[in-house]
Design a protein. Structure first.
Length: 164
C-alpha cells in the first residue's frame, strides 16, 4: 500500500464532508502528482498557498510509519506550538477520532513541520495511523474506515469552527 493512495482517499472523503456542509474546500492536489516541476518547487508552491490569508483552517492528511517497531499504532494529531488555536483545533479533532479509533493518541503533538508551521490560519497534521503496523495498515485501506476517519476529522474541525 502506498501512503499517497491512503492520504488521497481520506482527504477526498474529508473534502466531500466539508463540501456537503457548504464549506469551501481547497485541496493542494486531487491525485498523486507534484504541483511543480521538482520537489523543491512543489514545496515552495505549497508553502505560498499556505501563507494566503483566505483560509479558516488547514488540515493535512498523512499516514505514519516506523520501521523499527511494527507494534506502534494509533492516529496522532500535530500542531506547530502549544497554547495556540491550532492546538485547540487538534484537540477538537482528536475528541471525534476517539469515537472511531481506540488507539488514537489523545494529546496534540507539536512539531516543526511545514504543513503546520507555514499556514496563517489554525493548522493541523493528522497522521491517521501507522502503515508499518499490519493491523492498522489493513484498516487504513478499508473504505468504510476511511469514511469514518474523514467524518470524525470533519466533525472535530466543524466543532472547532462553531466554537470560534
Amino acid at each position: 500500500v502506498t501512503e499517497a493512495d491512503v492520504n488521497l482517499a481520506i482527504a477526498r472523503k474529508l473534502a466531500e464532508y466539508f463540501a456537503s456542509k457548504r464549506y469551501y474546500v481547497f485541496m493542494t492536489r486531487m491525485g498523486d502528482y507534484a504541483c511543480a516541476a521538482d520537489k523543491n518547487a512543489d514545496m515552495r508552491w505549497r508553502k505560498n498557498v499556505m501563507k494566503l490569508d483566505i483560509f479558516d483552517i488547514s488540515v493535512s492528511i498523512h499516514q505514519n510509519a516506523l520501521g523499527t517497531d511494527r507494534g506502534v499504532c494509533g492516529a496522532r494529531v500535530y500542531s506547530y506550538k502549544t497554547g495556540t488555536e491550532s492546538e485547540k483545533l487538534g484537540k477538537a479533532v482528536i475528541e471525534e477520532i476517539t469515537k472511531v479509533s481506540s488507539t488514537v493518541k489523545k494529546s496534540v503533538y507539536t512539531g516543526n513541520l511545514m504543513v503546520v508551521r507555514e499556514p496563517i490560519c489554525p493548522s493541523i497534521l493528522v497522521e491517521c495511523g501507522f502503515l508499518s503496523n499490519h493491523d492498522e495498515e489493513l484498516l487504513l485501506q478499508n473504505a468504510n474506515y476511511q469514511q469514518q476517519l474523514a467524518k470524525a476529522i470533519a466533525d472535530g474541525a466543524e466543532n472547532y469552527l462553531n466554537s470560534h
